[in-house]
Write a protein that binds this ligand. Sequence first.
Ligand code: MG
Length: 235
Amino acid sequence: MSLGLLLSTIGFDADDTLWQNEHFYRLTERRFAELLANYADGQHLSDRLLEAEKRNLQIYGFGIKGFTLSMIETAIELTEGRVPAAIIGDILAAGREMLGHPVETLPHVRETLEQLAGVYRLVLITKGDLFDQERKLAQSQLGNLFDAVEIVSDKNVSTYERIFERHGEGPGRSMMVGNSLKSDIVPAIQAGSWGIYVPHDLTWVLEHVEEPVNEPRFRRLNHLGELIGLLEKLQ
Ligand SMILES: [Mg+2]
């Protein structure tokens, strides 16, 4: 039996797999550093911001709104409460700008999804702010290529078990494609799926883990355009 028949569902991560995301965080962090240049040097600021983001993930979840609150918290801490309200206003404006930024779809995305749609069940699996992810999906005009969209608070083994049961014949007959080893690849493989890693130049430091190179269901691609060839080779 060919893998084409065995594999029923392909899950796709969204941020930095289908469209640019981390790039905008880096730009905003640079703006944040400029705003607080009189109070702290760039590296120190960036370390403290990352600490705040880590602390706050459990409270705010992933996404731009949590990131904005973490920038404000860092600004207050670093200035020992002396940060001017005008700077807080500028930080809020920077966050709003991110939430309104036009979506930039990555190369090979549309043509790859168009070739796979109708052959496999395609599921978009993303974490982050519900409202923001829905906006980006609508703007990308990729929504009609997916059979289902799952916006989740976190991506772990049980997330993939649940989603691939719901939208297919279980993890064993599913594949997850994404740029985060920690969120997309390792837990999907642990759930029993294939994990196809498509690295992006920029990936958030909290999403880094070792590549599971010894896992038979792990593959690494240079870009999403190589996915069709991989599926053909695996059959
Ligand atoms: Mg991603």
